[in-house]
Design a protein around this ligand. Structure first.
Ligand code: IVH
Length: 672
């Protein structure tokens, strides 16, 4: 039994932490130091640890309460989540007003104009002031219940700041901040994962993650923009007042709302934001114009698709007109040929654009893009500009149609396009362009980590035919290297030492380094965990591969194909001869009591990067994973460890400091 006093204390702590979360995250106005905040949190956690009945779902400790989930349940929206009609010009905004006057003749209208956040819409339900459910829009009628993920967003209140009885439902937009988006993509690039095209996709992808621990690491935020339902609390008579009230209750509401008393004011505010939006750290793709009076909103009603009382005004996309000088074809690591338009340099949204992707041949045909064409290019939320359309009236008859080369522009080998693929590929087994990309990938920090083997040097080595295959890296010697441009004796020696060192990299790194399609770092780790040697992996059937959780049919097929190819067989044979470590050393494994154990590393370690630490334990027969669960045996805690540490404590897992971890490793392995 928990005494009343302790219960009260826990409640007080929860309220204080909610208050400080609000001040810090929503208002950007911290009231206490981080240290003081941590002390409050610590005390609450300890109480909850001791008395589990205190651990309620809306406690601030539960922002990442949940373990990874299998999937999300579907929930029905009581009020359909509608979309908005789009307008693109001042004239269309005026037409909106004329329509309103036709619907409600003789009435005056006030409007609220607000930024249209380019994110993912979501809804939240509170009962008696407690967050009980959060979900995605889905098809408007049914969405996914993603409460655990939404709770990780610190600006979403778990408890409202005032007593609000009954049930209320609010809706808004989750978005990823721009600066955070760049960070996330940088990390994904390093990890060999596909990049998100824009912050909206990144936000959508993040909310779909099944592990709230990972969602928490994504820089997500939200704005609430509408209050849709209330069973008991009385809604004020205007939209602006509802938002003010929601703000008072702790929701994050856009600070850029404008009450406009005429359509001219609406248009003026929309125009103001065309430039202003660039100053925000989140994407805004237009403005939303809403009739302020809720009574008028109700009488105007909705069509099946969208409300009649609101429209979106979409900003003109960041477009420019330019000319296609040429179309070049790049060759990637897997031989994929990508046509790229070389443009007359054009300033657009802060940068000078010289290239635009054309994706593939079908896309070029569809848009009928020709060399010499004048085109409109657009930089949407995406990183690489796109060619939107050709200005056919500007054609002078000299434009040239583009054909995908039938031979690789770099090596001259045949180019093939499989019937079910949009991509054409060079099948040349020694294509220098592919080879350069493959070597660069092989040497990457996350792969074999050969420092000093950079792009420039790779260009030299391949162009001078000193390297014809990955395995040739291990044939390089001092006289060859030091004879190259800008390669002194010292740097050559260093490089050779790095190359030598790479021979003992872990199996998972080697698998990743081979550049098998669809096998990223994580996939490589999973494969290495399931097959003790590269030889075993090379013999695995597709069925066997597919039976591994997280290895899908596409990856299984790709792995199989990789090992079937003659040239890859030869490559592996040669790597073996150069003495690369192609298996996890079983001998070593048997000796260590760590075989089969599972580690999680959290926080920053002083002596190793996290990847190095993962390699270390893998060599000793253990595995490393990213998420804390009951199945984890040890959690190694570095500096500034956060939620994983908390979760590990909650689950009662063995927690090691870095020092303890090092000691343990040293005692098991003479090497370290
Ligand atoms: S109001 C009944 N306000 O834009 C419709 N929507 O293109 C309620 N959006 O589905 C929408 N910012 O996801 C509204 N300030 C804002 C918005 C906003 C972004 C999104 C929302 C909607 C989509 C329509």
């Amino acid at each position: 039994m928990v005494s009343g006093k302790i219960r009260k204390r826990a409640e007080k702590l929860r309220n204080e932490i909610h208050y400080h979360d609000y001040k810090y995250y929503v208002e950007n106005n911290p009231q206490i130091s981080d240290y003081q905040y941590d002390e409050l949190m610590k005390e609450l956690k300890e109480l909850e640890e001791r008395y589990s009945s205190l651990k309620i779902p809306t406690s601030p400790t539960q922002r990442v309460g949940g373990a990874p989930v299998e999937g999300f349940p579907t929930v029905e929206h009581r009020v359909t989540m509608l979309s908005l009609d789009n307008t693109y010009s001042e004239e269309e905004i005026r037409e909106f007003e004329r329509r309103l006057h036709r619907e409600l003749p003789g009435e005056e209208f006030e409007y609220v104009v607000e930024p249209k956040i380019d994110g993912v819409s979501f809804c939240l339900i509170y009962e008696d002031g407690f967050l009980v459910r959060g979900s995605t829009r889905g098809d408007g009628r049914r969405g996914d219940e993603i409460t655990v993920n939404l709770k990780t967003i610190r600006t979403i209140p778990l408890i409202l700041r005032e007593k609000v009885l009954g049930r209320i439902e609010v809706r808004g937009e989750v978005y990823m901040i721009r600066s955070g988006f760049l960070r996330v993509n940088k990390k994904r690039e390093k990890d060999g994962e596909n990049l998100f095209a824009n912050p909206r996709n990144a936000a959508a992808g993040s909310l779909k993650l099944l592990d709230p621990g990972l969602v928490r690491q994504r820089p997500l935020d939200n704005f609430i923009y509408v209050w849709v339902e209330s069973t008991e609390a009385r809604m004020p008579p205007t939209h602006l007042e509802t938002l003010k009230m929601l703000k008072k209750w702790g929701f994050k509401v856009s600070p850029h709302l404008k009450l406009a008393r005429s359509i001219n004011e609406v248009i003026e505010y929309c125009n103001e934001w065309v430039e202003k939006k660039e100053g925000l750290d989140y994407d805004v793709d237009g403005m939303v114009i809403k009739v302020n009076s809720l009574d008028q909103q109700r009488r105007l009603g909705s069509t099946t698709k969208s409300p009649r009382w609101a429209i979106a005004y979409k900003f003109p996309a960041k477009q420019a007109t330019t000319k296609i000088r040429d179309i070049l074809v790049g060759v990637g690591r897997t031989g994929a040929l990508t046509p790229v338009a070389v443009l007359d340099p054009t300033p657009l949204a802060g940068t000078t654009i010289t290239r635009a992707t054309l994706h593939n041949e079908d896309e070029i045909r569809r848009k009928d893009i020709r060399i010499g064409d004048t085109v409109i290019i657009e930089k949407g939320g995406d990183i690489i500009p796109q060619v939107i359309k050709v200005l056919e009236s500007k054609r002078g008859g000299v434009e040239k149609e583009f054909f995908m080369p039938t031979r690789c522009p770099v090596c001259g080998a045949k180019v093939v396009r499989l019937p079910d693929e949009a991509v054409a590929r060079c099948i040349g087994s020694s294509c220098p362009a592919q080879l350069k990309e493959r070597i660069a990938h092989y040497a990457r920090r996350q792969a074999m980590d050969i420092e000093g083997l950079g792009d420039k040097l790779i260009d030299h080595l391949v162009d001078k035919k000193l390297i014809l295959d990955i395995a040739d890296i291990y044939e390089l010697d001092l006289s060859t290297l030091s004879g190259l441009e800008r390669m002194g004796e010292k740097s050559s020696e260093n490089l050779l030492a790095q190359i030598e060192k790479s021979k003992s990299q872990s199996l998972s790194r080697l698998i990743f380094a081979l550049g098998i399609r669809y096998v990223g770092i994580r996939g490589a780790r999973i494969l290495a965990g399931n097959f003790p040697s590269l030889e075993d992996l090379s013999k695995a059937s597709e069925e066997r591969l597919q039976a591994i959780p997280e290895i899908g049919p596409r990856t299984a097929e790709s792995v199989k194909l990789f090992f079937q190819e003659e040239r890859n067989k030869k490559l592996l044979q040669r790597l073996r001869e150069y003495g690369l470590r192609m298996k996890e050393e079983r001998e070593e494994k048997r000796k260590t009591p760590l075989v089969g154990k599972s580690f999680v590393f959290t926080g920053s370690l002083e002596h190793y990067s996290r990847d190095q630490a993962k390699d270390l334990v893998e060599r000793l027969g253990a595995g490393a994973t990213g998420s804390v669960s009951k199945r984890v045996d040890y959690v190694v805690v570095g500096k500034d460890a956060g939620s994983k540490y908390e979760k590990a404590r909650k689950l009662g897992l063995r927690i090691l400091t870095e020092q303890q971890f090092l000691k343990m490793i040293q005692s098991f392995s003479a090497e370290y």
